[in-house]
Design a protein. Structure first.
Length: 336
């Protein structure tokens, strides 16, 4: 669970019951600074340099109202992003949010989940009879702030009752027990992002270790949720095959018999991401040497550095063969 150092309330949020309740709760907590934003602009997060700004942002919770109810598309994995949370308490060095959230990457929850879900209903109706899939973690990891927002609970129960619509989100966090008894009706897929412990220790700061994530995935699977596992980002390093094989075996020992879907994503980076990462993590050990990568134009117009063909082929074969052997080929969604 995320314990912020400061909470900033948008004034508009205090017109909602949840906003009011959170203000009362946080006022009773010592060591939490409370600030207000009149116009929705978030100012007042301290920080002299980029590193401090990053750290202070990562320790700030904003309680706000989602004003724009136009959903962004979320291709190819879903149709729309469901904007319930933005930002994340995690400090993964490679995180895609590092290029999206500005210099002070605060975590924002919205108190108007009802209005967001009413809008989702419109999108669902517009697409009928086609199915519509909503992604709840496109710009966040929503689990650490769930005790404050209850947004996942509301969404899971909402989609559990709706036709022609599915919900999904991905997390690295393990405080999922409040979601286990919900009436999900098989309409929400919870995906866990996994990696080897050496990658987690080096690059995924403030996140649970592999075994904790695996145990959380098991509890979710035991509660009948469809689950997915994302092994990402995969790094090629000394002993990578041995370590990734070991986590596949652990997954097999804990989750064989469940219908798991795997997504495997090799490490990649853009020039812009590299610059931002070096600003905040100047001593990063992330492998970001352009010379030993292949440059590839992405679908959104900017280029990224992926592993070279021979490395990529080895990596793909490794996961294809081992996942197929342990779980069956049909359990692989994609390996990229
Ligand atoms: Fe980013 Fe996910 Fe790490 Fe959060 S847990 S910092 S969203 S990669």
């Amino acid at each position: 669970m995320f314990i912020p150092k400061r909470v900033i309330f948008e004034e508009k949020a205090l017109e909602y019951k949840l906003g009011e309740k959170l203000l009362k709760d946080f006022k009773e907590k010592l060591n939490v600074e409370i600030m207000y934003s009149k116009n929705g602009r978030i100012t007042g997060i301290p920080g002299r340099d980029d590193i401090q700004k990053y750290l202070e942002g990562k320790n700030t919770l904003v309680v706000g109202v989602r004003k724009t109810l136009k959903f962004e598309s979320c291709k190819p994995s879903a149709h729309y992003q469901l904007p319930i949370v933005s930002g994340c308490m995690g400090m993964c060095e490679y995180c895609y949010l590092n290029t999206q959230m500005g210099k002070k990457p605060y975590i924002k929850i919205h108190v108007n989940t009802d209005e967001i879900l009413n809008k989702a209903a419109q999108y669902i109706d517009e697409r009928k009879p086609e199915i519509t899939i909503f992604e709840g973690a496109a710009t966040s990891d929503p689990i650490p702030v769930e005790p404050y927002s209850n947004a996942l609970k509301e969404c899971i129960e909402y989609f559990g009752k709706r036709d022609k619509a599915y919900f999904r989100f991905v997390t690295k966090y393990t405080d999922i027990d409040s979601l286990l008894p919900l009436n999900h009706n098989g309409k929400t897929t919870i995906r866990f992002s996994l990696n080897t412990d050496s990658v987690i220790k080096k690059f995924e700061h403030r996140t649970p270790n592999f075994n904790e994530r695996l145990m959380a995935a098991k509890r979710v699977a035991d509660s009948g949720y469809p689950i997915g596992l994302i092994i990402a980002p995969v790094f090629i390093y000394e002993d990578w095959q041995h370590e990734y094989y070991s986590i596949l075996q652990d997954i097999h020992n804990s989750l064989s018999g469940y219908n798991i879907k795997f997504e495997v994503i090799s490490h990649r980076f853009t020039k812009r991401a590299k610059e931002n990462i070096l600003n905040v993590f100047p001593k990063t050990m992330l492998p970001m040497d352009e010379e030993i990568r292949k440059f590839k134009f992405g679908q959104f117009g900017y280029g990224k550095y992926i592993y070279k063909d021979e490395d990529m082929t080895g990596l793909k074969e490794f996961f294809l063969n081992n996942i197929s052997d342990l779980f069956g080929k049909e359990s692989i969604n994609y390996i990229i």
